[in-house]
Design a binder for this molecule. Structure first.
Ligand code: ATP
Ligand code: MG
Length: 437
């Protein structure tokens, strides 16, 4: 609610426009988007499918708040990550607390794992969905409010967990008809020992090319040099292309871990490509990192991405708890599926021929909806106008309610595919409709 007397820019704009007698082009905030019913139906299909597939693996839904204390993200995602340095929606609330609209789901779930003392029940397997917020430069497939579905598996050290979580992602892509249009990129970030050893080698290499690195990467070089590998800057990428590879500096334990994961994926016939340059954008990953990528969405090609984050829960002050998970962009998955995948609900149009049968139509609509049919009531206008609306809705059939028919205890039922019309007794209507759905 907007309190009287308080100025609100959008409202003010609308009033102003009215005075001017111009049409107010009220725009949504840059990078946000209204999903109208057809599109939201496709988004819901993605979410429902993800929830169902995750359910088959025993992952139940967790719903965490859309905002958290800023520390939940700032302390975990990495001081030098793009998300923390540039993308967070952070504000001070009326109690003076610094809060942030969640840019991703994992940190909040790790927080919930600790707050709710879930360590005792580990392993914990959860699915989540919902809006995420990042102040990025909006473009196709990149929004400031977007939506993710994701899963997290907490408390499993065994690479079987990695295999399970990747397989779950693959099953989802299969269920959405997308498995053939994406490639699974896989890398190992190694254990702490491997990363520490590699870090030195990488820093030495990057130092020798300092003059070609971006300002951001020079900062990363000090604080978190692995992050340079993930830079999108072209100059950085040229340097990175010839950098020593982490994969060549993994210790035996890290190599064994990766081998177990690749063996599992091979057994399950999940194709993958080892990608030595794949590092995830956030700080808390180790061992397995993976992304399902398509070439069909330009540079916004990553549709589902994740990895292992064994250090996260501990870093937040909880008991040491290994974790692995992924998140997928709902808008990107929906875009990849395309218009054709939009679920179509074909209603029955209930059409009174005029005001004199409107009340009967009203009661009939109620009866049919209670019986489970999708009914669109033709509110007003001539019969012709009401029938046109039925066509526009792509109604399966029109139920025409005229005074003469009603007097005989009947309605007209017109099949809008064939154009055939027949009289149907009122008490046989449900059965007749059931034959058409
Ligand atoms: P990118 O490299 O595209 O910026 P990311 O590494 O920042 O992706 P993650 O944090 O791994 O992305 O999020 C998982 C998924 O969420 C991405 O693969 C993508 O499908 C989706 N996603 C991330 N950011 C956005 C955004 N701004 N708009 C729409 N979808 C997004
Ligand atoms: Mg990003």
């Amino acid at each position: 609610m907007i309190k009287p007397g308080r100025r609100h820019s959008a409202l003010h704009f609308a009033e102003h426009a009215k005075e001017d007698n111009t049409v107010a082009a009220l725009q949504p905030v840059r990078g946000t988007h209204d999903s109208l019913p057809e599109e939201s139906g496709l988004h819901r299909l993605v979410e429902d499918t993800a929830r169902a597939v995750a359910g088959r693996f025993g992952y139940g839904e967790i719903i965490t708040p859309i905002f958290e204390f800023t520390d939940v993200f700032a302390r975990t995602l990495g001081e030098t990550s793009d998300v923390v340095t540039k993308e967070m929606y952070t504000f001070t609330d009326r109690s003076g607390d610094s809060l942030t609209l969640r840019p991703e789901g994992t940190a909040g779930i790790a927080r919930a794992f600790i707050s709710n003392g879930l360590a005792q029940n580990a392993p914990i397997k959860v699915f989540y969905r919902g809006p995420m917020f990042r102040h990025e430069r909006p473009q196709k497939g990149r929004l400031r409010q977007f939506h993710q579905v994701g899963v997290e598996l907490l408390g499993v050290e065994n690479p079987l967990g990695d295999i399970e979580v990747i397989t779950l992602g693959y099953h989802l892509l299969e269920a959405l008809g997308l498995a053939g249009r994406v490639v699974l990129h896989l890398n190992s970030l190694g254990d702490l020992e491997s990363r520490a050893a590699y870090r030195e080698i990488l820093v030495a290499y990057l130092q020798s090319h300092r003059e070609r690195l971006s300002q951001d990467s020079l900062t990363r070089l000090e604080r978190n040099p692995l992050r340079v590998l993930d830079s999108k800057d072209e100059g950085d990428r040229a340097v990175v292309a010839n950098a020593p590879r982490l994969s060549e500096h993994l210790n035996q334990a890290s190599r064994d871990f990766l081998a177990r994961v690749t063996d599992g994926l091979t057994r399950l016939n999940i194709p993958f490509k080892l990608d030595p340059l794949l590092v995830r954008g956030l700080d808390y990953y180790g061992h397995t990192a993976f992304e399902f990528v398509t070439t069909d969405l330009g540079s916004q090609g990553t549709v589902l991405a994740g990895g292992r984050y064994d250090g996260l829960v501990r870093q937040m002050g909880g008991p040491p708890t290994p974790g692995i998970g992924w998140a997928a962009g709902v808008e990107r998955l929906a875009m990849l599926m395309g218009e054709a995948a939009r679920p179509v609900v074909r209603p029955f149009a209930l059409v009174p021929t005029g005001p004199e049968t409107e009340n009967i139509a009203l009661e009939l609509a109620d009866r049919l909806r209670r019986a489970g049919f999708v009914i669109d009531l033709g509110y007003s206008g001539t019969l012709g106008k009401r029938m046109k609306r039925a066509d526009r809705l792509k109604a399966r059939a029109a139920i025409i309610v005229g005074p003469d028919e009603i007097a005989k205890g009947e309605v007209g039922l017109r099949d809008l595919e064939t154009g055939d019309q027949q009289a149907v007794a009122l008490d046989a209507l449900e059965a007749a409709l059931a034959r058409l759905v």
